[in-house]
Design a protein around this ligand. Structure first.
Ligand code: AFP
Length: 333
């Protein structure tokens, strides 16, 4: 058989996430291999969630549990499953000594007190989209612990501040599943090839456009936004920008990251401090966004400069193309 240059066999499969992590290990600030293993554990849990999400409608995994999580939001079956899968993967891995999750009120101690890292995670974000086959995601944030290795981890390990993250990223379960992460250098995306069971480097060194024409917010809340934001949105409409909002932060963020745009979740009457959670939504996306050339603001300061004071703290979030974020922030009181 003659293999021409365009034949599928002539094309390389690409760099797998495992190989990429291994190659990059020396670039990590703490290159002992434990952070690499932690990232692999997260990727493994992501593969399992990918499988569960894709067969959710077939094996009765859609719908609610009939209970609420710590945020007072109704908990979906897949929320619970994703939480269990991620916590188990992190506990079994051994590198994480503690976890915080959107689904649990308190710190989850893994029992691995020799572990150097703590992980903040939103196991399944956008869960109201599960039953209707719209994109959902996982968001993760990793810190090197500040408490002594061998001791019991504490709140202080999680309240270090966004700039102390050593790695952060998300997995988007969309038209394809993609894992995007940074260890503080570049932001890279790996698309999941389910036939190989591997994440393959598909979006190396992501650089987001400096400006964009997409704005993403919940239009139903606009009346309770402060005047500066309403003025910004009026300006977007007058320029015939495109409104896109699916109510899944990971999906909305990812689209705007690649295409150029801004995601807004301002304070509202219902959520005067904003709706999104600082430690496992805003911090990781802000960390990643900055590495890809975007900005993330709470309206008054860079998200990464917010001093965290509690595990489930909320923040307003304006994140995306720097020209758009700067313009919006300039209009705020
Ligand atoms: P859920 O995981 O409870 O669905 O929350 C999703 C989310 O935190 C974020 O992903 C969305 O951008 C935002 O809420 C959507 O909120 P609204 O429905 O208030 O617009």
């Amino acid at each position: 058989m003659e293999i021409t240059a365009s034949h599928p066999l002539a094309l390389p499969v690409g760099v797998t996430l495992d190989r990429y992590i291994m190659n990059r290990q020396t670039a990590f600030p703490y290159a002992t291999g434990e952070l690499s293993q932690l990232l692999r554990d997260i990727a493994l849990a992501g593969k399992i969630i990918h499988r569960e999400v894709n067969r959710a409608g077939l094996i009765d995994l859609t719908g609610g549990m009939g209970i609420q999580n710590v945020q007072g939001e109704s908990q979906q079956k897949l929320d619970m499953i994703a939480n269990i899968r991620f916590c188990r993967a992190l506990k079994n891995g051994g590198e994480a000594c503690a976890i915080i999750s959107e689904e649990d009120e308190d710190i989850i101690f893994t029992g691995n007190n020799q572990g150097k890292y703590v992980v903040a995670i939103d196991p399944l974000d956008g869960s109201s989209n599960i039953d209707v086959n719209v994109s959902i995601g996982t968001i993760f944030s990793i810190y090197r612990r500040v408490t002594p290795i061998g001791s019991e981890p504490s709140l202080a390990d999680f309240l270090q501040g966004g700039r102390r993250q050593v790695a952060a990223g998300y997995i988007l379960y969309g038209s394809s599943t993609i894992l995007v992460y940074t260890t503080g250098h570049s932001a890279n995306g790996f698309t999941y090839d389910s036939s190989l069971g591997e994440f393959i480097l598909s979006h190396p060194d992501i650089h987001s456009p400096a400006n964009g024409q997409i704005y993403s917010c919940n239009d139903g809340n606009v009346d309770s936004y402060e005047q500066g934001i309403q003025n910004y949105l009026t300006d977007c409409r007058s320029k015939q920008y495109t409104a896109r909002y699916i109510g899944s932060l990971v999906g909305d963020f990812h689209r705007n990251l690649l295409k150029g745009g801004i995601y807004l979740y301002p304070p509202t009457k219902k959520n005067p401090d904003g709706k999104l959670r600082l430690l496992y939504e805003a911090f990781p996306l802000a960390f990643l966004a900055e590495k890809a050339g975007c900005l993330a603001s709470s309206g008054h300061q860079s998200v990464l400069d917010i001093r965290p004071t509690s595990l489930h703290q909320r923040t307003p979030l304006y994140i995306g193309s720097p020209v758009m974020v700067e313009k919006l922030v300039g209009l705020l009181q």
